[in-house]
Write a protein that binds this ligand. Structure first.
Ligand code: FE2
Ligand code: FE2
Length: 253
């Protein structure tokens, strides 16, 4: 059995400090085997925001992996944005924007869906670069069979069931098919600041399902009609189940 706490969209330094302190206490009180963070650690990709985010992560007593979100590349320094968009992330958060965690029961692979922009106007919705997807698929296929396979990415691959027209990451449908065929059964993502899950019926012969699990914003005050939230995922006997935990202004429930 493995437990993963899935947190997302922290957005330092626009945070609810009480929710953040209480979240740290809660995560450390019942430590998961892994904390998976699906992007938007900062608000404007400022160095002090990255440093504050890193200080938060340093207080976690368990392993963690994180992928960047669209807020984690600078909008203020175009040359940096286009020539070295993840330089701040790599120097202040982690050396890799496609991290990985593997043990006897789970394999968790990070996929970077952040777009620098360019000609595509809706860059904030993200895209799955062909090279990045191929890298992830190659890594997954080299892993040993058996453990439960999970991908962590910032942008949503599937819409909320009751809002089918929600903008999604570009090339997401194709990526889901490829990931499912490679044995991935769960995608953890964020960006919308709304928690939900949706299931992709895999067309592959396996006949199995891949579920996209979205987390709300863990501690940011940029809310979209839902309280701060995170997901606790339990993987057992080849299946995953999860519970959303919400901040009610006083405590995590
Ligand atoms: Fe966000
Ligand atoms: Fe985002």
């Amino acid at each position: 059995m493995r437990v993963i706490d899935h947190i997302s969209d922290l957005h330092f330094c626009r945070i609810d400090q009480r929710a953040a302190d209480a979240l740290l206490d809660r995560l450390n009180a019942e430590p998961a085997h892994l904390v998976a963070i699906s992007g938007d650690l900062t608000m404007r990709a400022r160095r002090n925001e990255f440093r504050t985010a890193r200080a938060f992560l340093d207080k976690l007593c368990m392993p963690w992996i994180a992928v960047p979100g669209n807020h984690d590349i600078t909008a203020y320094y175009p040359w940096e944005r286009f020539l070295n968009p993840f330089g701040r992330w790599e120097s202040l958060i982690a050396p890799d924007t496609e991290p990985m965690f593997e043990d006897e029961e789970i394999q968790v692979v990070g996929l970077n869906t952040v777009s620098r922009g360019g000609l595509h106007l809706q860059w904030e919705n993200g895209k799955i670069p062909r090279a990045g997807l191929l890298r992830a698929l190659r890594r997954i296929r080299r892993l040993k069979q058996g453990p439960f396979r999970i991908v962590v990415a910032h942008h949503p691959f599937l819409a909320p069931p009751d809002e089918p027209h929600t903008p999604l990451v570009r090339r997401g449908e194709r990526a889901l098919r490829d990931l499912a065929r490679s044995g991935v059964r769960l995608v953890l993502s964020g960006h919308l600041h709304v928690g939900y899950h949706n299931t992709h019926a895999v067309t592959a012969e396996a006949g199995d399902h891949l579920t996209v699990l979205q987390a709300g914003s863990a501690i940011s005050t940029r809310l979209r009609g839902e309280p701060n939230a995170y997901n606790r995922v339990v993987v057992e006997n080849g299946r995953a189940r999860w519970t959303a935990h919400h901040w009610d202004g006083e405590a995590w429930r």
